[in-house]
Ligand binder design. Structure first.
Ligand code: ADP
Ligand code: MG
Length: 290
């Protein structure tokens, strides 16, 4: 097969591992920077130019679209879809997963547990919002943040008010969330491929840090999910229409609570923690679908 990895950086661990796995399974693979693709739109003849040449005869793409290039990246994915190329992530699902609010709405409809969350556009109701999630400590998140940046723990109601006012002043859209303290600065990530959890890890934030993101200095260890956690991860992936994703959950007194679902989950943390060949699972997923 001819597989294209849409990635801005060929040196990233995830990109490298996908190339390795594809080559091992005897496929031809190419890394293409989505931002260097030109999208050609005309009557019934969708095409993509890359470095001046038409991209042709591609069987599948693996989008690795960073949050900062969601708009252009998903336009390129959509164009490949118009050219009848299989994508490991549908463009629609990719866009949806990038918006924390929209994702939580979909997950709540599917009956999944999540921290109590408020989104409001009315800046005068700050006190009411704070009360609704049970008062401080509480978590305030930028709607389109990633890697733990834009996630703030407000430890007092006063701090929460100031942070909300500051974000409002910047016209940044945020959600306010109940703080799940039982999770003790840890979360779990279930890596889902094609309706199966192919690996799971627990991430623990560094000392004094409530955010467990590896990018913020957290560390990962392999974990055996409970049936409830595994079911929640699979249900979340299905609800969001993601064949491949990383489902992030907090372990709480009332069971697993979904935080977010990542449609371009990194491979490094999960492969190192679990010693599993996740890249190969992704390539095999493509083989089953093309
Ligand atoms: P990002 O997209 O930036 O990773 P997350 O919503 O995943 O944002 O939050 C980052 C981290 O902060 C989570 O992995 C978790 O460790 C911690 N966290 C987020 N929300 C809560 C919460 N409501 N209660 C406790 N910890 C939280
Ligand atoms: Mg996260």
């Amino acid at each position: 097969m001819n597989i294209v990895i849409l990635s801005r950086n060929p040196h990233l661990y995830s990109t490298q591992r996908l190339v390795e796995a594809a080559v091992q399974r005897k496929h031809h693979v190419e890394i293409i920077d989505p931002l260097k693709c030109e999208i050609i739109i005309e009557k019934k003849n969708p095409a993509i130019l890359y470095k001046g040449k038409h991209i042709e005869n591609i069987d599948a793409i693996i989008p690795r679209i960073g949050a900062s290039v969601t708009f252009y990246g998903t336009a390129v994915v959509r164009q490949f879809e118009m050219m009848k190329v299989f994508s490991t992530v549908e463009s629609q699902a990719l866009v949806r997963s990038r918006d924390k609010l929209r994702s939580l709405q979909v997950l709540s409809r599917a009956g999944l547990g999540m921290p109590k969350t408020v989104f409001s556009n009315y800046t005068k109701d700050v006190a009411e919002i704070i009360n609704y999630v049970g008062g401080a400590p509480l978590v305030i998140k930028l709607l389109e943040g990633t890697q733990g940046l834009g996630v703030v723990l407000a430890e007092t109601n006063n701090a929460a008010e100031s942070v909300l006012e500051a974000f409002n002043g910047l016209q940044a859209r945020v959600i306010v969330q109940e703080f799940i303290k039982e999770s003790k600065g840890a979360d779990i990530r279930a890596f889902v491929v094609d309706g199966n959890v192919v690996g799971a890890m627990k991430r623990q934030g560094k000392v004094g840090e409530f955010r467990s993101n590896l990018h913020r200095g957290g560390s990962a260890t392999i974990i055996q999910l409970s049936d409830e956690e595994e079911n929640a991860a699979l249900k979340a992936a299905k609800a969001l229409g993601l064949g491949i994703c990383g489902v992030d959950m907090l372990q709480s007194a009332r069971g697993p609570l979904i935080l977010e679902v990542n449609s371009s989950p990194g491979l490094e943390g999960i492969e190192l923690a679990t010693k599993k060949d996740i890249a190969k699972s992704i390539i095999r997923y493509i083989e089953r679908n093309v």
